[in-house]
Ligand binder design. Structure first.
Ligand code: 9G3
Ligand code: MG
Ligand code: MG
Length: 547
């Protein structure tokens, strides 16, 4: 393509509301433009990268035998009523009414849609297992869209759904998808980790997130410095080691305590399904609400607000039997501990959890810390931030039972389909690549997803020789590579700066030495510059497009 005809509206200045590099650079390099908060147009360069990522995703999905289809973004509310999710999700689920005043949702995800399609069309075990996927626009009315495409309100997702007769078949498909995701993100040139994750409100047990490492990532990953253990911090298990001091249990007393901190207790109050929950933890540990949610086996829990706490009047020493009491493993070995009771603003000493706080059971309920032993027993834990670019779930029968999606097994018995679901944030992946692959001059696209492979620049568009050679190279290489020709009547400095900003892997500069048939090849990734004869370009380009 000739740049003089393309829509590539580069910006000199960094847009004020763009806080992170990828958001700034994708705007400055003319890859995208915002149309509303969290809503973007992919301009030609951005769209070319998007298509490259989609092609990689499609190839790896098709390789697993998954079948591509396309479902509507406008979803009848009736399906979301069947699973109860119409009322579970709040304003984040975008809704609309048609001209007959019927309710619809703008698709945030498609479990209901796909399950309704499958229950109508698939009824025998002979057709199982079956995996269906789409690459489609999703809508989630985020409260705070931010970081460009990283958290938008309209975004592109590849969402796949698999259907199985039994658990072990789902287990197999899960691994197949896990491996396919690994291929996708490797081919996209991302530095990522697959981490043990929480299934959120989706139910089902096993799930892994694919996290692209980035300091601006919203998620925190806990990984071992000596093994491949990695987990979203929400799920990283804590191994308890502290032993119990062998002291006599002293009588519970009110009073200040200025002894060492490691025996002081803290408690946090939650509500889950309208029940009150009090969770105890050592003062220097932090309660992990996702672990509490999973121990209680509820879809969501929330902290009690101060006024709710006041209203509940929770006195740890006199809780009524309705209240659920949990404690982190770290509390188990506290003897004669201390506790501050917010409600009465009193301090107590010689608090012995099992005797005084009606604690019956202990669980792993705290956040892991850097330096803790890795749960797999190998090495120590380190933290890194990540951008979640994919997630794979074992859903089980939550949706098929709610929607009566059943099949006849080989014995003629009716059973609910067992499901898995698998998502990749395609537009988020584009942003994650930009976040990982840039320098102070601009974007540095991996060859596999670059908008163009070669960027040919005629230094002086008024110079006949240079323009003639640049156009010849453009025609010649245009048959084998994706070539962008900067044929604009711009100063050389502007052309070079914008070439670095756009970030194609290889730049070919046609300058003064054009009449001697000499050009310059520059590798964007490492700045390597090679002056060469035109007839050497072929193998130089091939060599540098490989790595
Ligand atoms: O989307 C998933 C699970 C998987 C992920 C992979 C592809 C298929 N779905 C989880 N999730 C996240 N945010 C949501 C937001 C809204 Cl507003 C909603 F209505 C539903 C969901 C929702 O279900
Ligand atoms: Mg998350
Ligand atoms: Mg997720």
């Amino acid at each position: 393509m000739k740049q003089s005809q393309m829509l590539i509206p580069t910006l000199k200045e960094t847009p004020a509301d763009a806080e992170i590099a990828s958001h700034q650079l994708l705007l400055r390099a003319g890859f995208m433009r915002q149309n509303a908060s969290g809503i973007y147009s992919y301009l030609p360069l951005g769209f070319r990268v998007l298509q490259k990522i989609e092609t990689i995703v499609r190839e790896e999905m098709n390789r697993t035998g998954a079948q591509e289809l396309l479902m509507p973004a406008i979803q009848p509310a009736e399906l979301w009523h069947e699973t109860g999710r119409w009322d579970v999700y709040g304003p984040e689920l975008m809704r609309l009414k048609d001209r007959h005043n019927r309710d619809f949702a703008l698709g945030a995800t498609h479990e209901e849609l796909i399950t309704s399609n499958v229950r109508d069309e698939l009824s025998t075990y002979k057709k199982l297992p079956m995996t269906l996927y789409q690459i489609q626009t999703k809508y989630r009315d985020e409260k705070r869209p931010r970081f460009g495409l990283l958290r938008g309100r309209e975004f592109i997702m590849k969402d796949a759904y698999s259907f199985h007769a039994d658990q072990e078949d789902l287990d197999k498909q899960y691994q197949i998808m896990y491996d396919a995701y690994t291929k996708v993100f490797e081919r996209c040139g991302l530095d990522f980790r697959a981490v043990i994750a929480d299934s959120g409100a989706m139910g089902g047990k096993d799930t892994h997130e694919f996290q692209a490492l980035a300091s601006v990532g919203e998620d925190m990953i806990a990984y071992s410095d000596s093994s491949d253990y990695a987990a979203n911090i929400e799920m990283a298990e804590v191994l308890t080691a502290d032993e119990r001091p062998n002291e006599d249990l002293l009588p519970l007393t009110e009073g200040e305590n200025n002894e060492q901190q490691n025996r002081s207790l803290n408690y946090v109050c939650f509500k889950a399904n309208e029940k009150l929950v009090v969770v105890y933890v050592r003062r220097d540990d932090e309660i992990n609400d996702v672990k509490v949610k999973n121990v209680l086996e509820v879809d969501m829990i929330e902290l009690l607000s101060d006024q709710e706490k006041q209203a509940a009047g929770l006195d740890p020493f006199h809780l009524d039997s309705e209240v659920i009491v949990l404690a982190d493993n770290g509390v188990k070995n506290i003897v004669n501990g201390t506790l501050h009771v917010e409600e009465t603003n009193k301090d107590y000493i010689n608090v012995n959890p099992e005797r005084d706080l009606s604690i019956k059971s202990f669980y792993d309920l705290r956040f892991i810390k850097e330096g803790d032993p890795s749960p797999d027993g190998k090495g120590r834990i380190k933290f890194a931030r990540g951008i979640e670019v994919g997630q794979v779930f074992k859903l089980g029968t939550k949706y098929s039972e709610a929607m009566n999606a059943v099949f006849l097994d080989e014995n003629g018995r009716t059973k609910p389909l067992i499901m898995g679901c698998y998502g990749i944030g395609v537009s988020r992946t584009l942003s994650a690549i930009a976040e990982q692959c840039h320098d102070e001059k601009g974007l540095i696209w991996p060859v596999s997803v670059a908008p163009f492979q070669l960027h040919i620049i005629a230094v002086n568009s008024k110079n006949e020789e240079q323009m003639a050679l640049a156009n010849r190279l453009y025609e010649q290489f245009g048959t084998r590579y994706e070539v962008l020709l900067d044929d604009r009547k711009e100063r050389a400095g502007v052309k070079f700066a914008e070439s670095d900003l756009i970030g194609c892997p290889i730049r070919i500069t046609v300058g003064k030495k054009a009449e001697d048939g000499i050009v310059e090849l520059k590798v964007r990734r490492n700045g390597e510059v090679i002056e060469c004869q035109v007839n050497e370009l072929d193998q130089l380009i091939d060599a540098h497009l490989k790595d």
